[in-house]
Ligand binder design. Structure first.
Ligand SMILES: [Fe+2]
Length: 266
């Protein structure tokens, strides 16, 4: 992707988002949060791509994938007032459909267009639901790492500023309670992941994002998470229990092992 195409992408995104302003040219606070998240995911994606040795053109593609990965969130929240996909729409699939209906992708070479649509469509699936296809995996993996990194940071930042009061607006079925639901920690220990449908408290949400460390693909992503002390900060927000100790010790082991057989740009 050329510099010129990236600039057009940025302009398109701003115009698209401004279509969801409600009054006084402002977005609903939840959508403003998504707008900022999109820019940070774009920056993370570019950084991860650069740190894995990707070309300038691939870095541009990674940045644009980050920028548009959540376009499906805007109509979703406007219509349903929730970001919970299971009750509303799958925002990866709807995001792809939105991009396909716009002229913005037309100037791109077909290979880049295919990768971008694939990355947007599958960025929010659980790892086992992704039909990895050759030639499309790199962008999807960079995007998934960049997205996870920012959701972790966004969560921790909101916890410090106001106890993550936005969580109940985003996912109305989750309370701000700090108790861990037994089924959630048991699922995390047994499978290394937590189904989003199972979450009912803030502590459950923190356990889910901690398990995302298992899914990070690239060493540069782990390095960025380490530099930002994300792992320790999540641990500090959770209560002490043997199960939680066990989970965090296992995640730490997996991160050390992952460094030995890490992935590079492909
Ligand atoms: Fe998303």
């Amino acid at each position: 992707m050329t510099e010129r195409e990236l600039i057009l992408f940025r302009q398109w995104f701003e115009t698209y988002v401004s279509g969801y302003q409600i009054k006084n040219n402002l977005l609903h606070p939840m959508l403003e949060l998504k707008r900022k998240h999109s820019f940070r995911v774009a920056a993370n994606a570019r950084k991860i791509a650069a740190d894995t040795g990707a070309s300038e053109s691939k870095q541009n593609l990674a940045e644009s994938a980050g920028l548009v990965h959540d376009v499906g969130r805007f109509p979703q929240f406007s219509k349903f007032g929730s970001f919970r996909d299971t009750d509303t729409v799958n925002h990866g699939i709807s995001g792809r459909a939105i991009l396909e209906s716009q002229d913005i992708l037309l100037p791109l070479p077909s290979g880049e267009r295919t990768q971008l649509l694939y990355a947007v469509e599958y960025h929010n699936r659980s790892k086992t639901d992704i039909p990895f296809k050759s030639g499309r995996n790199w962008l999807l993996k960079v995007l998934r790492d960049a997205d996870k990194l920012d959701i972790m940071e966004l969560t921790l930042g909101s916890l410090v500023s106001d106890g993550f009061s936005d969580l109940s607006d985003m996912l109305p079925h989750i309370s701000l309670n700090r108790e861990v639901t037994p089924e959630v920690i048991h699922e995390a220990l047994a499978t290394g992941s937590v189904s989003i449908e199972r979450l009912s408290t803030l502590a459950d949400f923190l356990i889910m994002i901690a398990t995302w460390f298992y899914d990070l693909y690239y060493v540069p992503t782990r390095k960025l998470a380490h530099e930002r002390s994300i792992f320790l900060r999540i641990r500090q927000e959770l209560p002490d229990s043997n199960d939680i100790e066990e989970l965090f010790a296992d995640i730490l082991d997996s991160q050390k092992a992952g460094r030995l057989n890490s992935e590079t740009a492909s």
